[in-house]
Design a protein around this ligand. Sequence first.
Ligand code: COA
Length: 326
Amino acid sequence: MLDVRLFDADRASDADWDALHELQFSACRLDSPERPPMTRQETIFGVRAPQIQAGEQLVWTAHRDDRLVARAIVTLPGDGNEQLALVRLHVHPDVRRQGIGTEFFRALEPMLRARGRTRAEGWNLTPGGPGESWAQRLGFRIVHTAVLQIMELSEVDRRRWDIAVPAGYRLMRWVGAAPESLVSAYAKARAAIGDAPLGKSEFGAPDWSVDRVRRIEASYRERGIEHRTVVAVSSAGEVVGLTELEARPLLPERLHQGDTAVLAAHRGRGLGLAMKSEMLRWFTTDRPRVAQIWTGTGAANTHMIAVNHRLGFATVRTGSVVSREL
Ligand SMILES: CC(C)(COP(=O)(O)OP(=O)(O)OC[C@H]1O[C@@H](n2cnc3c(N)ncnc32)[C@H](O)[C@@H]1OP(=O)(O)O)[C@@H](O)C(=O)NCCC(=O)NCCS
C-alpha cells in the first residue's frame, strides 16, 4: 500500500530534498541518458519555480515503508486548457515493475478529477521505453512527439548569429515587463504559437490577453527569474513575432527558451532567425557564465528545428506525449 502525499517545498527538510533529488537523479540517468545529469539545484528549482507559463504545479510523492519510491509533478494549466493535467511520473529505478507506477497513478486520478481535470497527458516519454508500455497498459494513447535541443556555447561559432533584420521590420526588446505602448499588440501576436504542431495532444495555445501577459510577468518577478523578450515590429507598428529566453536562479549556467512565433502573414522572411539571433547576442553578452541554452519543440516542427540547427543547437532527445481521459 502506497502512502501518497503532497510535497510541501516550504516544510521539506534537507532529508526530504535529498530523497527527492536522489530519485530524480537516478531516474534521469536511466530514462534520459542523453541529457546532462540532473543537479540538486535543478530538483529544487523544478519544485519551487516551475515552468511559469505552463500553470499551477503540484508535486506528489509516493512512499512505501517510509521510503520515497515515486514522485509525480503535475501541471494544471489555465487560460483555455483547464481540462488538462500534465503529469510527469517517475518511479525509482530500484523498485520498478512492482505495480507502484500504476497504483500511484490510480491514487492521483481522483485528486486530478477533483480539481476539474478530465484528461491527463504525459510528456517526454522515451520512445519504445517503459513509460510508453506502462501508459498504454493504463489506456493512454501516443498523440505527439517532441524534441529537446541544446546549444553548447563553448562549441558554437557565434558568427552564426550575425543575421540582418529583414527589410521592413525592426526589432525591439525588453527585460521583464512589456512596454505599455506594445503590450496589447504583443498579447495578440502571442496567439501565433497556436500554429505550432502539437499532434493530437489536447494542449492548445493558451488564450492570450494583456491580463495573461501581466500575470506571467508578475510570476517571473516573484520567483526572481529574468525573462527577456525580443519582438519584430512591422513598418505599420504591428508586433508580428516574438521570442523569449529566461535565466533561472540556481541555474546560472543555463538559459531556457520559451515561445518563438511569427504571425502567419509574415512567415518565411527570416524573422524567427533574426529575433533569435538578436536574443542570443544580447543575453550571452550580459551573462558570460552561461554554458548552455535549452529549447524544446514538436518533432514535426521542421522550420523551428532548422532555425535552431542554424543557430547552433543540436537535437539531443526525442520524447513521446501520451494522453488519456481521466
Ligand atoms: C513508466 C513507469 C512510471 C512505470 O512504473 P512501474 O512502477 O515500474 O510500473 P508498473 O509496475 O505499475 O507497471 C505496470 C505495467 O506497465 C507495463 N510496463 C511497465 N514497465 C514496463 C517495461 N519496462 N517494459 C514493458 N512494459 C512495462 C507492464 O505492462 C506492467 O505490468 P507487468 O509488470 O505486470 O507486465 C517507470 O518505468 C518510470 O518511472 N519511467 C520513467 C518515466 C516515465 O516514462 N513516466 C511515464 C509517464 S509520465
